[in-house]
Design a protein around this ligand. Structure first.
Ligand code: XMP
Length: 512
């Protein structure tokens, strides 16, 4: 499959670049900044994109690409630090500047550049850089200027090397997507091959090739990812698939029945229900550290799957999971990307080192919105495709401190109220996630003339496109009041509701 390789120099926007390119129907893949040129020589890679990054080409320990990439004769686009890097490598001069140019600017493009083909003479762009290019490398010319820089965009069309000082991938460069489109289609010559329909066909072929005649079990949680993975596998291998729904004791209210109903109605796959809640809760007893909780849960899931397959007919060598691209990226350190290990997502970093299964992860290359589009393409209904995400470790990561049945009951009741009110208000499907977090903090209150001394509960609502970044939702005050009133009146054990107003970064979506 033809694709664009994005070398990640640690920009907070690297994933956004990948998404923007895929939105142009071209597959893109994020690779470490120092990926060897021999690997990038792969003929399927039609162009290279060097991301921005926090470094300066003049600092001592700077992330450098393999210099041989410039001899590959592939189109290259450098963005921000990526442009300074390529200019520096090719003989230009970059001046260190103590003053950052940050914020909006107006770009004037010169005529005749393929990169700006079809765009107006002037366009709004977003800048965020310290160093500045002061002399062009040989063979280059300026393709656009801003008030502050002669070299806001540079190009060597003969060698098909381009650089942008500003960020075309962000919202604040409204026509940026056309620039990326020109790069991938006109300059790199990619077609519009990355569609969800083509993905499904290819994924089914790959799955059949990977699995052969073996049986596969899939941990189905009823969430978007595992449901879409199940539908895809079902299409690819039919009866060789058995789905296992594990009740880990950390589910929301009525979740177990709800998921069984949902699967029966919409997926028509074979489903085995396993109640393993005692085992999970037993192993979590006394555990307060978030990473330990995640590891214990990840391992216990695998044990349950291993035990379950022994009860099934035939051997099951493969375990399928709905792992997504951001899970994979967030769980490994790419270069000096700040997205380096933050949490062990239960189905990636939380897996035991030794296990009997080989993994099947058909969604590993997809962003969440792509998974949702695949789900729609496979005919799954809105209540599955647009369901809010729920973490694999379930309520465990929303119950700060030690987990107990009583705390889980509080979380379940509060969550039920929140989902109910969000659905009634019509907001549920418009936001990424809404949930309650039970805090290990007690405070004094008064209820019906009596003193209370009970737990505080945080309400969190976030909007996001792919969970990599998120902002807290400005939920209307009246709705907040309703949620808070209902929780305090209906949920025994909570006498105070607080609102979480932290974005990601610097916070994460879940508290643990
Ligand atoms: P954080 O808290 O890292 O969460 O900002 C990002 C998104 O991922 C969900 N999440 C998980 N999903 N297994 C999952 O399948 C996990 O271990 C896990 N941890 C967090 C979280 O709900 C949010 O949507």
């Amino acid at each position: 499959m033809e694709k664009i390789a994005i070398l990640d120099f640690g920009s907070q926007y690297t994933q956004v670049i990948a998404r923007r390119i895929r939105e142009r129907a071209v597959f893109s893949e994020i690779l470490p900044f120092d990926t060897p040129a021999t690997r990038l020589a792969d003929p399927e890679i039609r162009g290279l994109l060097l991301s921005g990054g926090p470094a300066s080409v003049y600092s001592r320990k700077v992330p450098q690409p393999d210099p041989a990439i410039f001899a590959l004769r592939k189109p290259i686009l450098g963005i921000c630090y990526g442009m300074q890097l390529l200019a520096h490598h090719l003989g230009g001069r970059v001046a260190h500047s103590s003053k950052r140019e940050y914020g909006p600017g107006v770009l004037q493009r010169r005529a005749g550049s393929l990169l700006f083909s079809g765009l107006p003479r002037e366009l709004k762009v977003w800048n965020s850089h310290g160093d500045k290019l002061t002399r062009l490398p040989r063979g280059f010319r300026s393709a656009a200027r801003t008030e502050n820089s002669e070299f806001a965009a540079i190009e060597d069309p003969a060698r098909r090397i381009y650089g942008l000082q500003f960020h075309p991938e962000v919202h604040h460069t409204p026509l940026g997507r056309h620039i990326l489109e020109n790069f991938v289609h006109r300059i790199c010559g990619c077609g519009r091959k990355w569609t969800m329909r083509s993905f499904i066909e290819r994924a089914c072929d790959d799955l059949r090739a990977q699995v052969g005649r073996e049986n596969v079990i899939l941990g189905l949680s009823g969430g978007v990812d595992s449901s879409v993975a199940a539908a895809l596998l079902h299409r690819a291998i039919g009866q060789q698939l058995t789905c296992v729904f594990v009740n880990n004791g950390l589910l929301r209210k009525h979740e177990a029945e709800g998921v069984r109903r949902l699967v029966k109605r919409n997926l028509r796959v074979r489903l085995k229900y396993v109640d393993a809640s005692d085992g999970f809760l037993h192993r979590l007893r006394g555990v307060t550290d978030p990473e330990r909780k995640r590891k214990i849960i990840g391992r216990e899931f695998i044990r349950v799957f291993e035990r379950t397959t022994q009860q099934l007919r035939g051997s099951h060598r493969f375990l399928a999971q709905g792992t997504l691209y951001p899970d994979v990226i967030e769980s490994v350190s790419i270069g000096n990307n700040p997205a380096a290990l933050i949490k062990s997502h239960h189905n990636v970093g939380g897996l035991p080192k030794r296990m009997r299964f080989r993994l099947v992860e058909p969604l590993r290359q997809l962003f969440k919105d792509e998974v949702r589009r695949v789900g729609e393409q496979l005919g799954l209904p809105r209540e599955v495709v647009w369901r809010q995400p729920f973490p694999g470790p379930g309520l465990a990561v929303r119950c700060l401190g030690e987990i107990s049945e009583d705390k889980l009951r509080v979380l379940r009741e509060a969550d039920w109220v929140i989902v109910d009110e969000m659905k009634k208000s019509g907001l549920y499907y418009k936001v990424w996630q809404t949930f309650a977090v039970l805090l290990p903090v007690k405070s004094v209150g008064v209820m019906g003339d009596e003193r209370t001394y009970e737990n505080a509960l945080a309400f969190r609502a976030v909007e996001s496109q792919d969970a990599m970044t998120a902002d807290w939702v400005r939920v209307p005050y009246d709705l907040l009041a309703k949620i808070s009133n209902r929780i305090i009146n209906e949920v025994r054990g909570v006498n105070r509701v607080v609102l979480d107003i932290t974005s990601k970064p610097p916070g994460t979506i879940e508290w643990e």
